[in-house]
Design a protein around this ligand. Structure first.
Ligand SMILES: Nc1ncnc2c1ncn2[C@@H]1O[C@H](COP(=O)(O)OP(=O)(O)OP(=O)(O)O)[C@@H](O)[C@H]1O
Ligand SMILES: [Mg+2]
Length: 421
């Protein structure tokens, strides 16, 4: 049995299913069934002792529920990829399985090809030697994550910031990503970094199957761009999305350093990594801003938002962000607000080249239908403004520093590219 063999444990109380699965899987030259168990307790004990790459776990066992068994295995051996086999096709079940630590939920009856495909995908993530054989990570060192991106493709990290909740970051990030992809034909990854309550899946009508949780579970040295690519969800527009975790508990465990390393890896496979953040300035949001090459500030015609933005801009200056390219975007522009865009420019002493009109009917409908304006209403005036933003972003890419600017303290304010003054 070579290093690249995927070692599998089968846990199922029905002897014929167990034997059938074993026989089928052993047809694959790179699979090896290394153990079989009929009960949950026995499955946990064997998983910990044999350390397989994959556990195929029937959900209904005589002594314990499969979800509990999955949780017990992954709590003690997070590197093992658990695949739950069950009868429930409801997406809610899938989320529960993921919350219990399972990597996949396969609904019965499944066919042979499906089973093999899922085992191979999960096994590949769990066995570092396979990733290495595929050129994903070198076998002998375990720090691929923290090394800088390769000089090959080095996409931009565009972090969308906004001082207040509800200012339109998610709407903007999502539609901007689609415009960059569909109009400018760039490779785009959209990242939902509002880990606690990310909305990107809703806006794009995507069912989260693989999320940040799966990225965070990758062992150090395996969180390579090629491996992370498998954890992205494709949207019909062609963008790929790293979705927020399914539960608050999962989100809590994700560290800022891991977020930063992941964004660095994604630069290797995309021209633009567009990052939606949470309102305010927690450590995750600052990590996303630190690693960014471009910042997009979402503003609104409200004094409270402007005051908060001013505070954030002062902080950004102290952090050295003025070295990054910055775009200021006014959202919700309407004549009824009593403040004009020019007054906001004056107050903040920045130029605001992109002004997105307010259109509650179209925006709310697009959100509720999970059908982004940039994909389904391409002629809309909001989309036209976003196209201008995308164009500005694409135009002077060459001027960007290839490496992200590290935090520096107490630098003097200086803005570039005519986007601020
Ligand atoms: N240009 C616009 N015109 C009308 N309504 C808008 C516009 N942009 C955003 N909205 C509305 O504002 C609400 C908040 O937008 P969005 O979720 O994108 O903001 P956010 O900054 O990501 O908020 P959160 O703090 O919840 O993450 C949405 O429900 C949307 O209906
Ligand atoms: Mg949001």
């Amino acid at each position: 049995m070579g290093n690249t063999t995927i070692r599998i444990l089968v846990v199922d109380d029905v002897p014929e299913s167990r034997d059938n699965i074993e026989r089928l899987l052993n047809f694959e030259p790179d699979f090896r069934v290394v153990g079989k168990a009929a009960r949950g307790e026995e499955g946990i004990e064997q998983a910990l002792r044999l350390q397989p790459h994959v556990v195929l776990l029937d959900q209904t066992l005589p002594d314990r529920d499969g979800l509990e068994v999955a949780a017990a295995i992954t709590a003690r051996a997070p590197g093992i990829g658990v695949i739950l086999l069950g009868l429930d096709a409801d997406p809610a079940m899938l989320r529960r399985a993921m919350a219990a630590g399972a990597r996949e939920y396969l609904t019965k009856p499944f066919n042979y090809e499906e089973l093999v495909e899922v085992v191979r995908r999960v096994g590949r993530l769990a066995n570092p030697h396979i990733a290495a054989a595929n050129g994903a990570v070198p076998t002998h060192h375990a720090v691929a994550m923290s090394s800088p991106p390769s000089p090959g493709r080095s996409g931009e990290v565009v972090t969308v910031l906004g001082s207040k909740g509800g200012i339109g970051r998610t709407f903007l990030a999502t539609n901007l990503a689609i415009v960059l992809r569909s109009r400018l034909e760039r490779e785009v990854v959209l990242v939902d970094a509002d880990l606690m309550r990310g909305d990107v899946a809703v806006l794009l009508n995507l069912t989260p199957q693989r999320t940040w949780t799966d990225v965070a579970r990758l062992p150090v040295g395996m969180a390579d761009s090629e491996v992370i690519r498998d954890l992205l969800t494709r949207h019909v527009s062609g963008i790929r999305v790293l979705l927020a975790p399914a539960s608050l508990e999962e989100a809590e465990h994700i560290q800022a350093a891991r977020v930063q390393e992941t964004l660095q890896e994604l630069r290797r496979i995309a021209d633009f990594v567009v990052v939606d953040t949470r309102g305010g300035y927690d450590d995750i949001t600052l990590a996303c801003a630190d690693v960014a090459t471009t910042l997009v500030w979402v503003l609104s015609l409200e004094m409270t938002a402007i005051k908060d933005t001013k505070l954030f801009l002062d902080l950004a200056t102290r952090l050295g962000y003025q070295e990054k390219r910055q775009f200021f975007v006014l959202n919700h522009v309407s004549p009824a607000s009593g403040l004009t865009p020019d007054e906001v420019e004056e107050t903040l002493r920045v130029l605001i080249p992109v002004r997105i009109p307010s259109d509650a009917t179209a925006v709310v409908r697009s959100i509720n239908e999970g059908s982004p304006l940039a994909w389904n209403s391409r002629q809309h005036r909001i989309v036209a403004e976003l196209e201008r933003l995308a164009q500005l972003m694409a135009e002077d890419r060459e001027e960007l520093p290839q490496e992200p600017i590290r935090r520096r303290r107490f630098a003097l304010p200086r803005f570039r590219n005519g986007t601020a003054r």
